[in-house]
Design a protein around this ligand. Sequence first.
Ligand SMILES: *Cc1c(COP(=O)(O)O)cnc(C)c1O
Length: 850
Amino acid sequence: MKKATEFRLEANPRIPEALARLEELANDLFYSWDHGVRSLFVRMDMRLWEKVEHNPKLFLRRVAQERLDEAAEDRAFLAEYRRVLSTYDAYLEAGPGPEVTDRLDPERDLVAYFCAEFGFHESFPIYSGGLGILAGDHCKAASDLALPFVAVGLLYQQGYFIQTIDAQGHQIARYRSHASDELPIVPVEHEGTLLKVSVPFPGRLVFARVWEARVGHIRLYLLDSHTVENSPEDQELTLQLYGGDESTRISQEMLLGIGGTRVLEALGLKPTVWHINEGHAAFQILERCRQAMETGLGFHGALEAVAAATLFTTHTPVPAGHDIFPRDLVEQALGAYLEEAGLDFGEVFALGAKNGGDSFNMTSLGLRGSRFHNGVSRIHGGVASQMEGGIWPQIPPEENPLGYITNGVHVPTFLAPEWASLFDIQAPTWKSELRNPDYWSFIEQIPDYHYWSVHKALKQQMTDYIVRRLKRQHKRNGTGHSVTERMTRQLLSAHTDTLVIGFARRFATYKRATLIFSDLERLEQILTNPERPVVLVFAGKAHPRDKPGQQLIKVIHDLSMHPALMGHLILLEDYDQAMARRLLAGVDVWLNTPEYPKEASGTSGEKAALNGALNLSVLDGWWGEGYDGKNGWGIVPRDTGLDPEFRNQEEARDLLDLLEFEVVPLYYEGASQGYSRAWVKRSKASMISITPRFNAQRMVMDYVTDYYEPAATQGARMVAESGKLAGALADWKARVRDAWPSVELNILGCIQARCVNDEAVELRVEAFLNGLSAGDVRVECLVSPECTGTHSDPGPGSFLLEMESESGGRTVFATRIPPPYPGLQTLRLRMYPYHEALTHPLEMGAMLWV
Ligand SMILES: *Cc1c(COP(=O)(O)O)cnc(C)c1O
């Protein structure tokens, strides 16, 4: 008997006139941080809201007509609807404040921000982890500040995978296609037709459709190769985030960098600052060089013009986070494009070569194609300066141009609405004080019991959520009901307010998710003490190709099923932004145990701190700056030169010591009176010290001040008068590069070994400049004090030497300086090429010491 074919039909409601603007709200990612918008949907139909996975567009397609009609008649609902709309309208109307307009001119300036992933909300799954969430937060804060800003990325039909963990603890990766009409995007039309751009690929053009996502004040453009002009294979190029092989990856990156630049050009947008967020987007440099060459500049002149307006941010010291392509692949993939663009393969390849090797590193391209560069925390800035030091081979890494801005998180997105409401009462202007550390002491005024009751309510919501998720997981896996019951018993205990510790992030091996299990017997004693029980909650995805990462999941799964730990260890599947918000707002402690110094920043601990959780983490990434001794607990990383096994053991012991002797006792201290006052004190100290320093507004304003404004200025200078300065600088650099290998610098005479401290010391050097002139170099003396035993080392003072005479290729430089420090000091003399048009004095990477 033939089975009946099923035809699916979706009957859509008509949106009542009174609620017409719901569709507008569903199409602006404003909903991803404004709780008021989301609560409209929740009020209409909470079950449907859960069923459509918090997706407003799907919600409006599937909600029952009668719910809409009821809402349109419901006075309370309408009042709320109008309140939300007026908030929304006021948000869109507000222009940039003086902190922005003093630095960027909204009429002239535009920042273009490129990234391979964006994590705004669980309903828009084009992110995998921290990088994407950070990019989303950057855009949201740029919108809050009303920056002149546009973002560019790729639309992946399937995005990142959905994770299930089976009964044996294996991760199963599933992909689901998302129709574009389910997502908060609209197709971009230009001059009456759908906008498409193309990029030359080997033997063909690859086309991309363009979508626009609204993020409050700003727009995000997303390219998508799923269009009829392309072959079926090419249509799949943008199928998955971080899917396919390295050929897929380089193709995606060509679409993002080259195609993305073409989108902005087609729309008539003329960015004055270009921010490349991680190496994936670095091919934009080539396309912009091509554009600049149309004005008559040569390749190197064009590169100067492009680089001067460009900021490159590197996000990880972990090698797998850097795209490195073999030479053959690059030649094959880029060949047709380079030919069309009139770019020389050898010159382009040199931009990506690392340590003279035969492969092409996207990070190197990003660094060589930009004059502004940064890492994402103080520690990471230092590590990246070392790692990438080869770009400036003769410069000591601590002096090279790679700086840092520490990541921050978007407060409206990650702060639980319960806290926001409390702040509204205690300190009504808190939203405009996110960059003012002095303001936040108002939290001390909140009565402890009130503070704790908010935390407890959020913890209760989290517990319900965990139990719900676990039941669903167990039901699917056929896990017995009694297991679920035992696993959730501790969490649901009516007698104890159990200490809950969370650990959720990507399961990458450097994050050492299983470090806490290094001494199982001891851990078991700590967790299962009936007087002071502890529950650990884990969640996270491992990349489908990362087998060791998946092994971590299995280890944790197996331990969670072990009778001795049952109920004290819970593993949840399918970590996403919705789960992150729940866990981060509900746990007491947020745990992070990365292998120093590989956690470039980490941001989830910042989100936890906003919500009053205490961080217990290795002093790496942001926590290296955030920890002040009173606002959480820090594990001091052991020397990286030690045997890794030994390091792990040592740091694991510190962790268990902290848990056993500090964290658990503090939490249960005086708990018989309802809660621990000492705990609340620490939690408040954490919120007060971390919220105003590690949020995305502070971060974005740092970018504006330290990089966007200088890049806009420097870029404009370079391109003025058809790129006159860029061309001159490129020619000068070529001349210096040729001459430098034979330049010499020697001391003349000898430097006094002693003097009285009010006498000047004479310094003289001779240089053989090999055709360069005295004006092409700077000669400098660095003076640093001998260790004086104080901690406030002022760093070296520096003094320029002036040209004294020049003849027969020999140039003498000299100066007289009074000794800047009392007692012993060290003098060092050096010379480097100098031109007033340089963005950073050491950007050429050339330096010679006496
Ligand atoms: C914040 C966040 C991350 C990043 O967490 P890290 O601690 O920085 O690794 C990853 N995934 C989601 C869903 C997040 O919200």
